[in-house]
Design a protein around this ligand. Structure first.
Ligand SMILES: *[C@@H]1O[C@H](CO)[C@@H](O)[C@H](O)[C@H]1NC(C)=O
Ligand SMILES: *[C@@H]1O[C@H](CO)[C@@H](O)[C@H](O)[C@H]1NC(C)=O
Length: 289
């Protein structure tokens, strides 16, 4: 096949697709990005990627809605002042950061939650339109995640024969935080029990999960690294604590001490040096003027 013929074929192909598209203007929303469960207090970017199919198919408007509230419009037909934003409960648009394809919501809260809709309209006379919707549910991560020992111990030191009881409390989450215990980097599901939740008037839940075990389990060289993860809508808040096993009560510690042979001669050396110095006559005291 000659290069000439190839060129002709390519041109014919281009022309035919062009003709088809011209008579077939459509609008396609390629992707609507709405975070499913952002954290309250965050700024959130919503993105609506679209295609205007067809020759000379220009944008008329992009409009954004939450339920029945139209909170942002971008006009494609005017280069002067194309953005318009409207304020609603829980909705405040950062106009400067918003564009033809995205809109930024400032400081979202539970009140922001709802069904979000992007509507893209092509220019007249056909005003082809595409619509896409997605739900957003703003979550409240716990104000506080804490690990408590009982009785309150600082530093937390336990003894052999004494059960370790730890509580993890996540305060004020919505929805309820899922609490996961971890010891020395490993998730632990046994010996975990849940206390009743407390829910305030705003539906924010304080929840407590206990972990309880018998030492020396989980203590490595007298220390257990404990973590509690509070998960809410894909966000994690973590509390950590190091708890100790009283060395005097721990066989592991005694063994460790005995095997650390070099420490004993050092101690003896210091002691014998001290007694040697004390046994000697005190030179300054015996000095006569
Ligand atoms: C965000 O909104 C909350 C109320 O929903 C308000 O208390 C807080 O001060 C706001 N924060 C900022 C940085 O605007
Ligand atoms: C854990 O929390 C429960 C319920 O608040 C309480 O009764 C219990 O004494 C707490 N235990 C510890 C180890 O803090």
């Amino acid at each position: 096949m000659s290069a000439h013929l190839l060129l002709h074929l390519a041109a014919a192909l281009l022309l035919s697709t062009g003709v088809r598209a011209y008579s077939d203007k459509t609008v396609e929303i390629v992707e609507l990005v709405v975070p499913e469960s952002p954290k309250d207090g965050e700024d959130v970017t919503l993105t609506c990627s679209f295609h205007l199919v067809g020759k000379n198919h220009r944008l008329y408007t992009v409009s954004w809605w939450r339920g029945k509230d139209q909170f942002y419009t971008y006009k494609g037909t005017t280069s002067h002042d194309p953005k318009h934003a409207y304020t609603f409960r829980g909705i405040q648009v950062k106009v400067d950061e918003s564009t033809e394809r995205s809109v930024v919501l400032k400081n979202v809260s539970e009140e922001t939650s709802g069904i979000f809709k992007c509507e893209v309209m092509g220019e007249g006379p056909s005003f082809r339109t595409a619509v896409e919707t997605k739900a957003m549910n703003v979550v409240v991560t716990p104000k506080l995640v804490e690990i408590h020992t009982r009785p309150f111990l600082d530093p937390p030191v336990f003894h052999i024969g004494e059960r370790v009881n730890l509580n993890c409390t996540a305060t004020g989450a919505k929805p309820r935080a899922h609490l996961v215990w971890e010891i020395n980097g490993q998730p632990v599901k046994e010996q975990v029990s849940r206390y009743p939740d407390f829910e305030d008037q705003r539906g924010r839940v304080t929840s407590t999960v206990r972990i309880s075990w018998e030492p020396p389990a989980y203590f490595l060289k007298g220390i257990a690294h404990v973590a509690c993860h509070a998960l809410v809508g894909g966000h994690t808040t973590t509390a950590t604590k190091e708890i100790y096993l009283d060395p005097a009560s721990s066989a592991a510690f005694n063994h460790q001490y005995a095997s650390a042979g070099c420490q004993l001669p050092t101690t003896w050396a210091i002691l014998s040096l001290a007694s040697f110095l004390l046994a000697r006559p005190f030179p300054i005291g015996r000095h006569r003027p």
